[in-house]
Design a binder for this molecule. Structure first.
Ligand SMILES: Cc1ncc(COP(=O)(O)O)c(C=O)c1O
Length: 455
């Protein structure tokens, strides 16, 4: 099936692209975006500007959990826009925001009973950090401000959230807020020494955290922020027990444990929230976005522990203002979509995803035998095929981009990152569609490796 009637097939959009600044542009691409244009989507598929159908391997960007063109979500958006298109969260609440806050509190781990809605993941992390700084000031401990992140983390593109990303940012031409941030090692099982088991690695990573706490003093460390599975860092699944033990270490030292579930929430790991259900870690704060609306509306949020809120209520500063608010916080259309999205996930999509996950992970692992493949890893509906490092090809094309190019010609879109190809398909994907993904990947990898060898 082709959907060329929706896509403006083959149209030259070069002039228009000069006006659209893409994410992460270089100086010389600010006015010359070379991004492909996507015209339509349906289920697990999207259609490119030539009218070719592709499996949406990354689900946009860890977003489209219930798939494209879901009529229930479209109807929920339309109905809500016709009922109430917008209200100011400063002066009024709306019914979808109230309902969604309760639904999230009911599903969130631990005692996370209070929800602040944001416009996406970066603003969720930004809100969490601002709230933590505010809380420590209000509770009379202004020196408790260090935030602990990890090498390879990705938490967003606002000033504070971006400051948590990666590790050292020397050499980058951006300004960051780094004075209060410390990085721990990436919990990558491949970083094990030859004689180290996964448990040994987890022990070493926890000891590193303990040493950092001893160095600064727990009274100066406000929070640890971590993704249960590092997503944009290359789908890094931590060693067994690590995430839970990080939470326990935080609890022991009075440090807040913030689980960034922007990617892992709302079904991607087969659970509404992965921290407790999948990893046994009970956070003090959870951030979410993306899958909460399956990407149909830009919405995110922060769920905060009732214990922390009670502590603030009982502080010496009960009137201290959290001067933080967003025009679109609790947007009625976004919240209505999120409610319907949760109903769809719980009405069968989550069960379907749980049934498909072992097949998805198992079939992808078969690619590990191909020459040129260094590693295949993943969890839930997140996966990464990592190619052996090699020098970029003509025009600086990386091996990941080369695999993606070949896969696109075979009907599969990937997310290439250097020598990695990342996938997180819509949770509605079927066995046959997983087979099609793996077949395209196998041929795409073989062709990219052959190009590289000049054969
Ligand atoms: C774990 C994580 N946190 C936060 C963000 C930022 O979310 P957004 O791009 O919606 O601002 C992302 C984006 O990919 C993410 O992967």
């Amino acid at each position: 099936m082709r959907r060329a009637e929706i896509v403006d097939a083959g149209a030259d959009r070069t002039e228009d692209a000069a006006h659209l600044i893409p994410p992460w542009p270089a100086c010389d691409s600010l006015d010359a975006s070379t991004l492909d244009t996507i015209g339509a989507g349906d289920g697990v598929y999207i259609w490119d500007s030539e009218g070719n159908r592709l499996i949406d391997g990354p689900a946009g960007m860890w977003c489209t959990n219930v798939g494209h063109r879901n009529r229930d979500l479209a109807r929920a958006m339309q109905d809500q826009a016709l009922a109430l298109s917008y209200n100011s969260p400063w002066y009024s609440a709306n019914e979808p925001a109230l309902d969604l806050a309760r639904m999230i509190a009911e599903r969130a781990p631990g005692d996370l009973a209070h929800v602040f809605f944001t416009t996406g993941g970066s603003t969720a992390i930004e809100t969490a950090l601002r709230f933590i700084f505010y809380a420590n000031n209000a509770l009379g401990r202004p020196e408790k401000k260090i935030v602990v992140s990890r090498e390879g983390a990705y938490h967003g593109s606002t000033h504070l959230s971006a400051s948590l990303n990666g590790s050292s940012k020397s050499g980058e031409l951006m300004d960051y807020h780094e004075e209060q941030i410390e990085w721990l090692s990436c919990p990558d099982p491949r970083s094990r020494a030859p004689e180290e088991s996964e448990t040994d690695l987890a022990d070493r990573l926890i000891a590193e955290f303990e040493a950092l706490i001893a160095r600064h003093g727990a009274e100066r460390i406000a929070a640890f922020v971590g993704e249960p599975v590092m997503a944009s860092g290359g789908v890094i699944v931590p060693p067994e027990g690590y995430f839970r033990r990080m939470a326990e270490t935080c609890r022991r030292h009075g440090i807040l444990f913030v689980a960034d579930e922007v990617v892992t929430g709302f079904g991607r790991l087969g659970a509404m929230f992965a921290s407790e259900e999948v990893f046994g870690a009970v956070p003090d704060i959870v951030t979410f976005a993306k899958g909460v609306t399956s990407g149909y509306f830009p919405l995110g949020g922060v769920a905060i522990s009732a214990r922390l809120v009670e502590e603030l209520r009982g502080s010496d500063n009960p009137g201290a203002l959290f001067t933080h608010g967003l025009t679109y916080s609790g947007h009625p259309v976004g919240c209505a979509v999120a409610i319907r999205n949760i109903e769809l996930l719980e009405g069968g999509i989550l069960d379907h995803a749980r049934a498909m996950i072992p097949y998805f992970q198992g079939r992808l692992r078969e690619l590990a035998r191909l020459p040129g493949v260094a590693d295949v890893r993943g969890m839930g509906m997140m996966a990464c095929v990592e190619m052996a490092p090699c020098p970029p090809g003509p025009e600086g094309v990386t091996i990941g981009a080369a695999v993606d190019r070949h896969c696109q010609a075979l009907g599969l879109l990937l997310r290439p990152m250097g020598n990695m190809c990342v996938m997180s398909p819509p949770l509605i994907i079927t066995r046959a569609q997983i087979d099609a993904m793996v077949a395209a990947l196998e041929t795409g990898i073989q062709r990219a490796v052959a190009d590289q060898a000049g054969t």
